[in-house]
Design a protein around this ligand. Structure first.
Ligand SMILES: Cc1ncc(COP(=O)(O)O)c(C=O)c1O
Length: 383
C-alpha cells in the first residue's frame, strides 16, 4: 500500500500551518487529539470532582498501551512520571550478583541516566564509560573491550540525543548477555519513531516516555522490567502506588507489588496520562513502521540536499547508524536556531550542532525549506 503520509494527518497538527516543525526530538507537535484529551481532563474534573477510580483506570490504560507498544506484558510495565523516576527506582533496588560490581555506560547517554548511574558509586559501584568512535558511532568493539565478568549492567541509548547516532542495540545486548550482564536501554529518542519489540530484543530493562515521537506531553514515561527479574528487585525509592494494594492504605509495612508497578511512586500524572494515551492512540492509527519508512525517505532526500549544497552533518551517514534525527554542525548553534526560527523553521541546538528531527507529519517541502534555510545562513555552518 502506498503511504498517505504526511498529508493524511497534517491538519491534525495546527502548528504545521505556520511552521516547519523539526523539533520532535525535543517534543512532538501538539495535535488536535491531544488538545481534546486535555479538554476531557478538565471536563471530567469539572463534572466528576475527584474521580479517583477513573484516574486509576486511566493509569492502567497507559500501562496497557505501553505494553502493546513494546510487545511486553502489563505486569512488566511501570507507569512513571519520567525516565529519571523509573531508572532511579530500578537502580536503587537492583542488587548486583556476587563479583559483579561494574556498570558500563555509553557516552551517548542522556545526562539523567549517566547521573543516576554515577549516584550508584555512593554505594560502591564502579562505573566505566565507553567513548564514541571517531565516525560518531558507538562501536561494538569498544563495548566488547570493557564488558566482562565483573559487569553487572550495561546502559545504552538507542538513538543518541546529541548527534542522532543509532546504536546496534541487538549487538550490545548479545555482548552483555554472553558476559552474564544485564542491559538497560534508553529508548526515549526512538520510541514512536522506530518499532521496538522488547521480547525480540530480549532486553532486560527499557525506558522511554510520551513527550517526543509518541506525541504526548511531559510527565508520562515507562519502565519495562523483564518478568524474570521482578522477584529479585526491591526498590527503596517507592510510594503508595507501588504497593501490592494501593487502596489498603497500610502504614505498618512495605509490601511492594509483585509486578513492575513496584517501581511507581505517588499519585499518577493524571493530566499527562490523558494526553499520553491520546498521543499513543494517534501513533497507533498513523503506524510506527509507516512513520519509520516515511522518515527514512525524507532523510534520504535531506542528505542528498545537504550534499548538493555543501552543508555538513555529524550524524553517521550509514542508514544502519541513524534514526529520525540528523545533526548539523554550526559555529554558533543558538544563532543558527534563531536564524532558522525567523524563517519559520523550528529546531533545537545541542553541542554546537542543530538537531533536525523528522516525524510522520513532516513533508518533502519541509526538507526543501530547511535546506534553503541552511544554505542562506551558510556563514553559521561549521565545516
Ligand atoms: C535519550 C533521552 N533520555 C531521557 C530523556 C529525559 O528523561 P526524563 O524523562 O527523566 O526527563 C530525554 C529527553 O529529553 C532523552 O532524550
Amino acid at each position: 500500500m502506498t503511504s498517505t503520509l504526511p498529508h493524511s494527518i497534517r491538519d491534525r497538527f495546527p502548528l504545521l500551518a505556520h511552521a516547519v516543525y523539526l523539533n520532535s526530538c525535543s517534543q512532538g507537535a501538539l495535535s488536535t487529539d491531544v488538545r481534546g484529551a486535555y479538554d476531557r481532563y478538565l471536563t471530567d474534573w469539572d463534572e466528576k470532582g475527584a474521580p479517583w477510580d477513573l484516574w486509576v483506570e486511566l493509569n492502567e490504560g497507559a500501562r496497557s498501551r505501553f505494553a502493546r507498544l513494546l510487545n511486553a506484558s502489563t505486569e512488566e510495565i511501570a507507569v512513571t512520571t519520567s525516565v529519571s523516576a523509573g531508572v532511579s527506582s530500578l537502580l536503587g533496588g537492583l542488587r548486583h550478583p556476587e563479583g559483579r560490581n561494574t556498570i558500563v555506560l555509553s557516552d551517548f547517554e542522556f545526562p539523567t541516566v549517566a547521573q543516576i548511574v554515577h549516584a550508584q558509586e555512593l554505594t560502591g559501584t564502579k562505573v566505566i564509560h565507553v567513548p564514541a568512535s571517531p565516525d560518531g558511532t558507538m562501536s561494538l568493539d569498544r563495548m566488547a573491550e570493557v564488558i566482562d565478568d565483573e559487569t553487572a549492567l550495561v546502559a545504552i541509548t538507542y538513538v543518541c540525543f546529541r548527534n542522532g547516532s543509532k546504536t546496534d542495540i541487538e549487538g550490545v545486548i548479545d555482548l552483555a548477555h554472553e558476559a552474564g550482564a544485564f542491559v538497560l536501554l534508553d529508548a526515549f529518542q526512538a520510541v514512536g519513531a522506530i518499532p521496538i519489540d522488547v521480547r525480540e530484543l530480549d532486553v532486560d530493562f527499557a525506558v522511554g516516555g510520551t513527550l517526543k515521537y509518541l506525541l504526548g506531553s511531559a510527565g508520562l514515561a515507562f519502565l519495562y522490567c523483564r518478568a524474570d527479574h521482578l522477584p529479585h528487585i526491591t526498590p527503596t525509592q517507592t510510594g503508595w502506588f507501588a504497593d501490592e494494594d494501593i487502596f489498603k492504605m497500610d502504614i505498618y509495612d512495605y509490601s511492594p507489588s509483585a509486578t513492575a508497578s513496584k517501581f511507581e511512586s505517588g499519585t499518577p500524572p493524571v493530566p499527562s496520562i490523558y494526553a499520553g494515551i491520546a498521543g499513543m492512540d494517534l501513533m497507533d492509527e498513523i503506524g510506527i513502521a509507516e512513520t519509520e519508512e516515511h522518515v527514512a525517505t525524507l532523510i534520504e532526500q535531506l542528505i542528498e540536499g545537504l550534499d548538493r549544497t555543501g552543508v555538513p552533518m555529524v550524524t553517521p551517514r550509514d542508514p544502519a547508524h541513524r534514526g529520525p534525527m540528523i545533526a548539523v554542525p554550526t559555529t554558533d548553534e543558538q544563532a543558527m536556531v534563531a536564524a532558522l526560527a525567523e524563517d519559520g523553521i523550528l529546531t533545537t541546538p545541542r553541542d554546537g550542532n542543530i538537531r533536525l528531527s523528522w516525524h510522520c507529519y513532516n513533508s518533502a517541502e519541509d526538507v526543501e525549506a530547511v535546506i534553503a534555510g541552511l544554505e542562506s545562513h551558510a556563514d553559521l555552518l561549521a565545516h
